[in-house]
Design a protein. Sequence first.
Length: 166
Amino acid sequence: MSTLERQKVIIRGLLPADFDSVVRIDAKNIGRRREEFFKVKLMQNLAETGVKISLAAELDEIFVGFLLARVFYGEFGSTEPVAILETIDVHPDFRGHGVARALLGQLGENLNGLSVEFLRTEVDWNQPELLTFFNHEGFVPAQRLCLDLNLARARELREEREEAAL
Ligand SMILES: CC(C)(COP(=O)(O)OP(=O)(O)OC[C@H]1O[C@@H](n2cnc3c(N)ncnc32)[C@H](O)[C@@H]1OP(=O)(O)O)[C@@H](O)C(=O)NCCC(=O)NCCS
């Protein structure tokens, strides 16, 4: 890709007015509309002061992608602040133009300004292409395991143990 092509990607802070575009692009990528999720996320983003770390990308003034990120302090017993990348979405028609890399690059700059050294994310089991992208951009598996507990299953286990103890 030429430098000129890359220069056309403009990165700016994500705005509440971007809501419709955000929901539309995300729905194209994941196959369902996540209105409630993004309503909350954009409100959080608006409420946060200081350096904006949720970003929008424009190519020739067209909204073509975005990412949502937040900084957490002292999560899971860690003493270092860590940024969490919650979502990254590029419109399918505008992929391969360096949009995601420009978004991540600007995020890295903004986090650097906040003295945040780590960016963390999670990838759905059924999104291997996202995994290969993150791998390509330098992400590696974290030194921690992410665990899920189905609370109904936990109740069943408790009941089974109580019955066994009788
Ligand atoms: C993955 C995704 C973000 C990439 O966006 P993009 O703008 O096309 O990526 P870029 O053009 O910035 O690519 C940057 C680099 O990554 C590479 N790349 C892009 N997609 C890749 C993939 N799926 N696997 C491996 N490498 C990939 C590019 O080739 C480029 O590398 P190069 O410059 O060395 O050739 C985009 O395909 C997307 O939005 N996918 C859907 C994501 C999704 O489902 N989000 C919702 C849940 S979080």
